[in-house]
Design a binder for this molecule. Structure first.
Ligand code: ZN
Length: 251
């Protein structure tokens, strides 16, 4: 089976459409959460995500925007965007967002995998470093965990005696590009497809990944998108300007 892995779309419709257009063939979509928050197209991105179907996991911004979480842990800009998003959502989309499942989510026909937003130990934890990854990598019998939340594309691997980190090495900054990561038997993996709508690894291109379960191959992708329109929507919504400028920097 080939999974299209999407995470942290953050109401960026232009980045989502570009990712879908650039994605090679897949059987099912897995959406790892933070569908909304920060960007200017919350209803459009929810509609598009719903139409794709597949597996969903809720993110902290989905909880914040749908009133499931206090905004006290959010920085002021994220809090503003969550309140604006809540205001914009249709009652039906708000209800849909509120009912997204909490990770880890499992797939019956892919029992070696689990899907989370932050970490399988706590849905709101950030797995940024190899040290952060070690406990969640070894605490579960399921070898593959797909996660998001950090907006950093790549992954971590470990067994009882060693551990490693992987960041896709890219050659360009403005073109569509992909890098393969071959998974090996006997290791546990944490795999982050990166953020579709607000990358933070210094690369402005939309990020996503394809996982081929037969080949045990993860293909990380980056694709340019209509950044200007995404920024204009943020400014037209009178959301903080920083949310528009950071998209160009990939920060
Ligand atoms: Zn996020």
């Amino acid at each position: 089976m080939r999974l299209l892995l999407l995470s942290d779309i953050h109401s960026n419709l232009e980045a989502l459409e570009a990712s879908l257009a650039a994605a090679p063939a897949y059987d099912r979509v897995v959406n790892l959460g933070d569908i909304v928050g920060y960007g200017g197209s919350p209803n459009e991105v929810i509609q598009r995500s719903r139409s794709l179907g597949g597996i969903f996991v809720r993110g902290n911004h989905d909880k914040a925007a749908s009133g499931l979480m206090e905004l006290t842990d959010f920085n002021p800009i994220a809090g503003l965007a969550a309140l604006w998003t809540r205001d914009q959502l249709t009652p039906e989309n708000l209800d849909w967002l509120r009912n997204l499942p909490q990770g880890p989510v499992h797939m019956e026909d892919l029992p070696e995998s689990q899907f989370v937003h932050g970490s399988p130990i706590d849905e709101d934890d950030y797995v940024v470093t190899a040290r952060d990854a070690l406990e969640p990598l070894l605490a579960f019998s399921v070898p593959l965990t797909f996660f998001g939340h950090t907006h950093l594309q790549g992954g971590f691997s470990a067994n009882a005696t060693s551990n490693d980190a992987f960041r896709p090495p890219y050659k360009t900054v403005g073109q569509a590009e992909s890098t393969d990561w071959q998974l090996k038997p006997g290791l546990h993996y944490l795999i982050n497809p990166g953020s579709v709508g607000q990358p933070r690894d210094g690369d402005w291109r939309a990020a996503f990944a394809i996982f081929d379960s037969e080949a045990q191959l993860v293909s990380f992708h980056r694709t340019p998108y209509d950044l200007k329109t995404a920024q204009e929507r943020i400014l037209a919504a009178q959301l903080p300007q920083r949310l528009a400028t950071r998209l160009a920097a990939g920060r």
